[in-house]
Write a protein that binds this ligand. Sequence first.
Ligand code: PLP
Length: 398
Amino acid sequence: MKTEPISTPYDWLDRSLESIHKANWYRSTQTITSKAGTIATIDGREMLMFASNNYLGLAGDRRLIEAAIIATEMYGTGSTGSRLVTGHLALHEELEMTIADLKNTESALVFSSGYLANLGVIAAIVGARDLILGDEYNHSCLKKGGLLSGATAINYFHLDMVDLTAKLQEHRLKYRRCLITTDSVFSMDGDLAPLREIMNLAAEYDCMVLVDEAHGTGVFGDRGGGLTNALGIQQDLIQVGTLSKALGSMGGYVAGSANLIDFLRNRAATWIYTTALSPADTGAAIAAIEIVKSDKSENNLRQQLWRNVEFFKQGLQDLGVQAIAGDSQIMAIEVGNIATTMQISKHLRDNNIFAPAIRPPTVPTARIRLTLMATHTPSQIRALLQCLAIMSSDRDSV
Ligand SMILES: Cc1ncc(COP(=O)(O)O)c(C=O)c1O
């Protein structure tokens, strides 16, 4: 007897996965079994870590671990509820005051992640009658925040102030409020937003500005306040960021005027309807910010990081290899061809260096994305450079 193949409503998953494989876009996880640091045990192998956002090495720092333990002993493992119900701890207030001080703002609010902070803030402050103008390479959460808000979201070309001006001229008057959004340090290329020019345009066209300092906080500014602080920008703006990268913990924040924060406590759904940040994450974040703010010594973590960045940049130059930008601790080397990028990534991996390839659709062109840490030693950086010699302009091909 002939049997009909049984079809289910989930068959499309097989077909979709097949297309993802065919396009070379398939991603999978790799399991780490060691503490955060410059050396990681990945899938059972010890490797040099050049891909992490733990820029200052704080995620494995004893002081943060102890702060997390103390906070857990004092408050327990969970915060037990949302901030407006049972989850609002004195520790959260302390963290918010610490962030406001770091950012030089009147107030701050912590979210469970940077992603949720951006979704919540954007969806709360603009709506269907408003306009968002965002850099085309903004992080996913800025873009998804725009979608969630219902505002008209238009991208301007990456870092292109001529294009942003043209779009403001064309569209601004048709909308009630306008929000300009940008990463401060772009996560995939490591280049920097022209924040002063953006602030000037915002003043001219009566726009709010939201800057995502996820990769700038802890790294830029003489107290680690981020690129906005480093540039001495004083005007009113909305600074969003994460506690999970240079600050070595977990969670997100928004810093700005007292009015803004008050409004968000009443309107940001991703803050109101979710469980408050755990005591351990909160305690660790406070400890991290205190370290970042107060260590003014010549050899503080930030100085060590910038020295490592300079050392690596010099090494790349000696090899004749060009990074897309050299302005930050994120260094991306564009390869273009996905297969070649995968080959280079494999070569690094074969030599126990962890620096995965980043491919479309995350970025427009395939690249090797490298990140430097304050705690990398010169010999670790030299080992990376030795492997990258495969990309040297003196060589024909990989
Ligand atoms: C620019 C940017 N914004 C926001 C986020 C999200 O932060 P979180 O990991 O805390 O959700 C990230 C990174 O993951 C990021 O790179």
